[in-house]
Design a protein around this ligand. Structure first.
Ligand code: FRU
Length: 524
């Protein structure tokens, strides 16, 4: 009898545990389902804030084994406002750990864009116990009259907390469009250099300092050509030397400026100029044989969504790379994106280099090697026709919502071909190469949700100077595509908002003869 009672009791306990677990499980499924539409566009391998608004990357600095990524952030909503510096760190540029807000809006003063440096020699005197401090240099923006001035803050705990300097601002010219300081140590002069944009006047101001606290003006850079005098804003400057074709004895200084033409905001983007830095200011190359002249602000990215790119300070010389990241967005529609819990993402980190292409020095971009860590299952095809390839892709049932692809093509003259990604019956994003007029076009008109802005659906193209060969390197994530053409000679960075079931991928030839020499596809 007791045995019977016990087993009855045991049976009841098991019964209730099972029922309870089923209820819990189905609850959690409903919860996931409820959250799915909100998180539908959340990138898998691009940096996004946990919640709320993000724009420019700020304060990129490498220190004690960590890459710091600060960013323009509204901690209270997913529209621009209450600008503060959000913060994350990574040991490998791939996996990011979110940290608390590093610099907050206070006393009616927002924290606009800026940079951070390691003060190795403790020139500022902010260091403690033989440890160099990280010093952040940012624009303070007074909310009541929009006045913008440069401020500093320091950290002695590996960037975990910052103290604003008590004698801020360190530079104030009583302007309402004076922002985005970028600072670097200039070894020949043994001093710090700061660049700040006068956004509306289209000027970059140069300052010098020995201690990061007291600054004196050393020069100014602008381009006074008629073309540039049209209404345009200059923001977020950067400046660094790079070796040409990997030859450290042959270097050029690269000036980076993010520009917003008005009213044509859609064509905003990050531009570059080549020249020299003489210790006081930047002198642009006037050598037109290098393919550059004063009227040219050279495009870095031919997509619509690459802005405010900035490079990391203090990457060790033994590494030697210049790595940057950009805000994957466009001011034209940044606050209208169809994402709910957060707004804004950063591009993948990229290495920038100078390369001679057709006798001109060009800035090229390459995904950092660390991204290879994300490669999962690989499919590879060699010397295959487009039809055979499409058949194999269908059989392999590839889901292209999060992929890396490298495709090399052989083609005869007069060929037009390409591929469609995030494809379903109704949606597709098309990359089209035309060997007749040498153009490469990205068409996102049918990419998914496009109606939040009248210009979003417009396709965009550029001419490939070296078009006798074609290699496409793509990174596809839940709401973006980054396309590196040939060796990063041309790059397109574009947001897309496809339905979650638009996961197909298909190659096509509209005319001519094309063979895929080699194709590798990795799941990410
Ligand atoms: C660039 C920018 C900067 C400014 C910041 C404000 O996107 O306009 O010039 O510091 O954003 O959030």
């Amino acid at each position: 009898m007791t045995g019977d009672k016990n087993s009855n009791y045991l049976f009841k306990v098991i019964y209730y545990v099972v029922v309870f677990s089923i209820v819990l499980y189905s609850e959690s499924l409903t919860q996931i389902k409820r959250e799915l539409p909100m998180e539908q566009y959340r990138p898998q391998f691009h940096f996004t804030p946990e919640t709320n608004w993000m724009n420019d990357p700020n304060g990129l600095v490498y220190f004690m084994g960590e890459y710091h990524l600060f960013y323009q952030h509204n901690p209270f909503g997913n529209k621009w406002g209450h600008m503060s510096w959000g913060h994350a760190v990574s040991e490998d540029l791939v996996h990011w750990q979110h940290l608390p807000v590093a610099l907050s809006e206070e006393n009616d003063e927002m924290i606009f864009s800026g940079c951070a440096v390691v003060d190795w020699k403790n020139t500022s005197g902010f260091g403690r116990q033989q440890q160099p401090p990280i010093v952040a240099i940012y624009t303070g923006r007074r909310n009541n009259d929009d006045r913008q001035y440069q401020c500093i803050a320091y950290s002695n705990d590996r960037g975990r907390t910052f103290t604003k300097y008590e004698h801020n601002p360190v530079i104030d010219i009583e302007s309402d469009n004076f922002r985005d300081p970028k600072v670097f140590w200039y070894e020949p002069g043994k001093n710090w250099i700061m660049m700040v944009a006068l956004a509306v006047e289209n000027k970059i101001c140069f300052y010098k300092s020995e201690n990061l606290k007291e600054w004196s003006k050393s020069g100014e850079f602008n381009i006074d050509e008629i073309e540039i005098k049209s209404k345009i804003k200059w923001e977020c400057p950067d400046l660094f030397p790079l070796a040409i074709d990997e030859n450290p004895k042959n270097t050029k200084w690269v000036m980076i400026i993010s520009t917003i033409p008005e009213p044509d905001v859609i064509n905003s983007g990050t531009k570059y100029l080549l020249g020299e830095f003489n210790g006081n200011e930047f002198i642009i190359d006037n050598d037109t044989s290098a393919g550059l002249n004063k009227t040219n602000l050279n495009n870095i990215d031919y997509g619509r969504d690459f802005y405010a790119a900035s490079s990391w300070s203090d990457i060790p010389e033994s590494d030697g790379r210049r790595i940057w990241i950009g805000w994957m967005n466009n001011w034209e529609y940044a606050d209208k994106l169809p994402t709910n819990t957060w707004k804004g993402s950063q591009t993948i980190p990229r290495e920038v280099k100078l390369k001679i292409i057709d006798k001109s020095i060009k800035l090229i971009q390459k995904p950092v090697d660390e991204l290879k860590k994300l490669r999962g299952e690989r499919l590879e095809f060699t010397s295959i026709t487009i039809d055979e390839l499409n058949e194999s892709i269908k059989r392999a049932d590839i889901d292209c919502s999060s992929l890396e692809i490298i495709a090399e093509f052989d083609f005869k003259a007069h060929s037009v071909f390409g591929l469609k990604i995030r494809k379903s019956e109704k949606e597709e994003t098309t990359i089209n190469f035309n060997s007749i007029d040498k153009t490469i076009t990205l068409d996102r008109s049918k990419s998914g949700v496009v109606n939040f802005n009248k210009n979003f659906a417009e396709s965009h193209k550029t001419i490939l100077e070296k078009s006798d060969k074609l290699k496409l390197h793509l990174f596809i994530d839940s709401s973006s595509i980054e396309l590196f053409v040939n060796e990063g000679d041309v790059v397109f960075t574009d947001l897309i908002f496809p339905s979650h079931n638009s996961t197909g991928i298909e190659f096509f030839v509209s005319s001519g003869e094309v063979i895929i020499r080699n194709l590798k596809i990795w799941e990410i």
